[in-house]
Write a protein that binds this ligand. Structure first.
Ligand code: PLP
Length: 461
């Protein structure tokens, strides 16, 4: 870049920063800090796992932005699919029985990939809308069966389900749950991952507050559905114990309660299988999908439902009073179709599995090297680890230390973007979830930066 070009870029960056501060309220951002310091990065472009900013910096995208850019950045095939569809017909409504080819084809494609008889899709524009839709359809199904009071939804602590009012109320992270502004008594939060309790061990010290205990207390005729992420993402990457999802499936079956799998992060290969539930061979009644369905190249989500639910709903001879303007958006669906085609053609689900094995080895190496690195967990390219003052004695860092934020900052200074979680006292979790196209070499670059950053952090602790 010539000196002149550098000066021009700097002045454009300064102008945008000023406008940003004045006119943009950022999601999931500290608004006071944003106004004080302006945007942290102004992105200009991306290629593969790399992102570029206005100041000429390069970053490795170690979390696929919001765990969604699974095919990586700058994918021309996805851009071409979008261009072609926009040129043919960018938008067509799916209300009033209208149809269009990419929407129908994508629904059929999804049905061919999802397990069991999850064969019908209701499209949305994102994950929160998908979860709200699943709650409504579950309640509607029970209403059609004559159970008008079967309405309550049980979700898990540390589960994240989005920010529309119901999805956010179901989110088990207090700072989000409280912001929903709703005290909806029909959405209840249960303890996460207490397998023995869900299997029926009432003498277990964790029993109170388990899903099973809530069903007993409320009565099964009051509960419509249980919602879980196969692997919790924004709650800090928590992989359930091996028998957990099967136990929940059984519990729901025994009590005639729907199971909603929130696959918004896990779906479309992230965990090294097409869907998170595929690791445990269960078939939920509803599956919420979004993010990886288009790798973030278009806003798309959906709820996939089992045949008995579809059959009951299609007996209803009135208007289904639910639908988003962008339900079944043709351009988003065309991008989704191309995205899945590339995922399959390039063996990216398998790559996520292989690279996940490499990542697991690397995180074990870092655990051995740094005493304060612990609890590493990996499924495909969804990984997390904890930072603790004394892992053996289970002693967290003092809150003033801000260990996870500091580590993420060290990585940022070295050109790697990853994500910290510290929303509970003593919690210092780091998430790594790079695009599924990542090569072994690129993964090694990530680990090298994390290693260097841990070394720098260890000197400050
Ligand atoms: N569900 C899960 C598991 C998520 O991780 C997210 C977003 O991060 C959502 C739902 C909400 O999706 P969206 O932000 O597209 O509404």
């Amino acid at each position: 870049m010539s000196q002149n070009q550098i000066v021009q870029k700097e002045s454009l960056a300064a102008e945008l920063a000023k406008l940003d501060v004045k006119h943009l309220l950022h999601p999931s951002t500290n608004p006071k800090a944003q106004v004080e310091f302006g945007p942290k990065i102004i992105f200009t472009s991306g290629k593969g796992i790399n992102l570029y900013d206005m100041k000429g910096n390069t970053y490795i995208d170690g979390v696929s932005m919001l765990w969604n850019v699974n095919l990586g950045h700058g994918n021309k095939e996805l851009a071409d699919a979008s261009y072609k569809q926009m040129t043919d017909i960018a938008y067509a409504s799916a209300f009033y029985g209208y149809a269009n080819e990419p929407t129908v084809r994508l629904a059929e494609k999804i049905a061919s990939l999802t397990p069991g008889d999850l064969n019908t899709v209701f499209f949305t524009s994102g994950g929160s809308e998908s979860n709200d839709t699943a709650f409504k359809l579950s309640r509607f199904y029970w209403q059609l069966q004559g159970y008008k009071e079967k309405r309550k939804i049980i979700s898990l602590r540390r589960g994240y389900h989005g920010v529309t009012v119901a999805a956010q109320r179901a989110t088990g992270i207090d700072v989000y749950r409280d912001f929903s502004g709703s005290m909806d008594p029909d959405i209840l939060n249960a303890k996460a991952h207490v397998t023995e309790c869900e299997l029926g061990d009432k003498s277990h010290p964790e029993y109170e507050g388990s899903i099973r205990s809530i069903i007993e207390k409320e009565g099964k005729d009051k509960i419509a559905a249980v919602i879980v992420e196969p692997i919790q993402g924004a709650g800090g990457v928590h992989i359930p114990p091996d028998e957990y999802l099967q136990a929940i499936r059984k519990l729901c079956d025994e009590n005639d309660i729907h199971l909603i799998a929130d696959e918004v992060i896990c779906g479309f290969g992230r965990t090294g299988k097409m869907f998170g539930v595929d690791h445990w061979n269960i078939v939920p009644d509803f599956m919420s999908i979004a993010k990886g369905i288009t790798s973030g190249y278009a806003q798309l989500g959906g709820v996939v439902m089992r045949e008995k639910i579809r059959d009951a709903i299609t007996q209803f001879d009135g208007m289904l009073a639910h639908g988003f303007t962008y339900s079944g958006h043709p351009t988003a669906c065309a991008v989704g179709l191309k995205n899945i085609e590339i995922l399959e053609r390039d063996g990216l689900v398998e790559n996520a599995h292989r690279m996940g094995n490499e990542l697991e080895k690397a995180l074990h190496y870092l655990e051995d090297k740094y005493e304060f690195v612990t609890k590493s967990r990996v499924k495909g390219l969804l990984a997390g680890f904890d930072l603790m003052k004394d892992p053996d004695a289970n002693i967290p860092f003092d809150e003033s230390v801000k260990a996870s934020v500091s580590l993420v900052d060290e990585c940022y200074q070295r050109g790697l973007l990853i994500r910290p979680f510290d929303f509970e006292p003593g919690m210092n979790i780091i998430a790594i979830a790079p695009p599924l196209i990542i090569t072994k070499n690129e993964l090694e670059q990530i680990i090298h930066i994390v290693d260097d950053s841990l070394s720098a952090l260890s000197k400050k602790l």
